[in-house]
Design a protein around this ligand. Sequence first.
Ligand code: XMP
Length: 508
Amino acid sequence: MDTIIILDFGSQYTQLIARKIRELNVYCEIHPYNKIPQLSPDVRGVVFSGSPFSCNAPDAPIPDLTHIKGRLPLLAVCYGAQYLAKWGGGVVQQSSTREYGRANLTYIDTESPLLKGIAVGSQVWMSHGDTIQQVPSGYRCICSTGDVRYAGYQIEGEPTYAIQFHPEVHHSVDGLTLLRNFVVDICRCSQNWTPESFVETTVAQLRRQVGDDTVVLGLSGGVDSTVAAVLLNKAIGRRLHCIFVDNGLLRKNEFQNVLESYRDMGLNVKGVDAREQFYGALRGLTEPEKKRKAIGKTFVDVFDAEAKQIADAKWLAQGTIYPDVIESSSVKGPSQTIKSHHNVGGLPDYMKLQLVEPLRSLFKDEVRRVGRQLGVKDSLIGRHPFPGPGLAIRILGEVTPEKVHILQEVDDIFVQGLRDAGLYDKVWQAGAILLPIQSVGVMGDERTYERVVALRAVESVDGMTADWCHLPYDFLARVSNDIINRVRGVNRVCYDISSKPPATIEWE
Ligand code: XMP
């Protein structure tokens, strides 16, 4: 597979470069600038990302250019452009104003293959504190903006290009054209990274990897584990044993509905009712992190007991996806743990299972495309993310079966309401939270003193940042009314209007 290597210098936009290149159906991989892999013959070009560093800083990241510059097509973005200019003897200095935001190209070298199809006036996105004052000889300016003379340059006699702006950011309106010019025309990559080709090569690879062995997989109802299971099912059929645990913290009817869908898809799946075990482990716990840990441990115990009953299990399949892989080897190191987001998996060492992770190279949107390619139902592919600890982190304080029941009813009215109003797909994630307080109300002639729930609906791309959704007032009014009328024990509904940051999506 033709491949582009992206060297990460710590920019917040590095993953976006990769996603844009993948959108062009070209395969690419991100590696830290200081851990350059051996470049196989499949590597057709290299991209340098931006960086929060100044190339003049004493601890600025310095890549080894030996096997790259002049040997392979290179596109250096932002910091990469500044670094290459300085490396060649140019001058890079702090600009008097931080150049941040939209700008327009006022000059374009129409001869440059990088800028083919892009016209003067094109809007680009700048985000840099340093600026290139002077380029070395042999570096030709290929575009400028009103404020930035060297918005882009090309090195004569070699396929090395550099740009000061960020083509990967949505506000650079011709950014995708520029990236296409680079990866398709300059690097000559074939655009064969498609869901079809992924399925075909992965199925063959899985067959080689696991041979005649038996594989165990924990399904969660989420997109990743579902797609991983369907891929493995295609590769090895009944030798894949799936385990779907009812932890008593799922949405209303979720366990039965999802289990049925799994069976309809032909998966070899066992449903395990472990509700009491989870409720027992959660009894008396009020601290969010303690609740998460208790759920994680109980999951391992339940899964372990089930997996032991599967004769000759040699492999554990997981739905790990590319952002998890990059995160664990990123330039900045694994990001600080704000919440311990345990996910399904993490089995004790003594189980001695080898890991198989068929989605390791995919971004979330690619997992969905592969899922569609494999015929997974839209109701499973398009569902909102749902946290591993489920409703336990949406019941603030101690979790009891009674509270789970109340919250399931509230959540069901809200989420079904979103579906009925055609809003479900416009929202990235939605759910209800049961608050640990009671409030006074009046129903008929009676004073009530009952529970309060909050509704949360957010827009997001990857859950790292999020905005609260501006749901229509009449929709909120209807849902609030339905909840208070239909769910016994709830007399007040609030809507959460906090964004992340500084809030988080979940309340615990
Ligand atoms: P926060 O609350 O950190 O949530 O803004 C970001 C995304 O992560 C999900 N989330 C979890 N997922 N285990 C999970 O598997 C967890 O413990 C957990 N906590 C939060 C959350 O639902 C949102 O999609």
